[in-house]
Design a protein around this ligand. Structure first.
Ligand SMILES: Nc1nc2c(c(=O)[nH]1)N[C@H]1C(S)=C(S)[C@@H](COP(=O)(O)O)O[C@H]1N2
Ligand SMILES: [Mo]
Length: 160
């Protein structure tokens, strides 16, 4: 049986919601022990190490996008800041509109710099607008119509 077929967080049909589901970009971070904490956009920009992807490009049915200079917090750095050395297997990154993505721990372990999985908050030196998705997950290795770019990330749930 193909487990992925039933996984609502596996890449699915190419559809695109353009309306932010809510105005508030605050993230809920859920630790494997079940405890949750809220992380504001200001905290994300100031309390965690910042990462830059200098020339990110991607392709969709609508054409080529970029290069963009993206800034934000590497998902691996956020998790390390919250969990320390505690191990985990996967991370569920879920939007307030129900779109989501599962990121495997192996994908977060020492990728090439240009493949760093980012919680993006700025592009070309400008803060992302809420309509652009702040906070927006970017998975540079993904080449399937931006289906692993999650706009309006609301929940980051780390799974043991
Ligand atoms: N939360 C959320 N993120 C999403 C989507 C969505 O519908 N909801 N659509 C995806 C798809 S299919 C695409 S092509 C891009 C489009 O991003 P854009 O609207 O900034 O161009 O967002 C991706 N991320
Ligand atoms: Mo897409």
């Amino acid at each position: 049986m193909n487990m992925m077929a039933d996984d609502p967080l596996a890449p699915h049909a190419h559809d695109n919601n353009s309306e932010p589901p809510s105005a508030d970009p605050t993230l809920k971070f859920v630790h494997p022990n079940g405890r949750a904490r809220l992380i504001t956009l200001h905290q994300l920009a100031h309390d965690y190490p910042q990462t830059v992807l200098p020339a990110y490009t991607y392709t969709t049915d609508h054409g080529q996008h970029g290069p963009y200079r993206l800034g934000g917090v590497a998902l691996a750095d956020l998790i390390e800041a919250e969990l320390g050395e505690e191990s985990y297997s996967q991370v569920e990154v879920i939007s307030a509109d129900g779109f989501g993505n599962r990121v495997w721990a192996a994908e977060l372990k020492k990728p090439a710099a240009e493949e760093t999985i980012l919680l993006c908050i700025s592009s070309n030196g400008q803060k992302l607008t809420r309509a652009q998705g702040v906070v927006r997950l970017v998975v540079p290795s993904e080449t399937d119509n931006a289906l692993r770019q999650i706009k309006w990330v609301a929940t980051v749930r780390v799974v043991k």
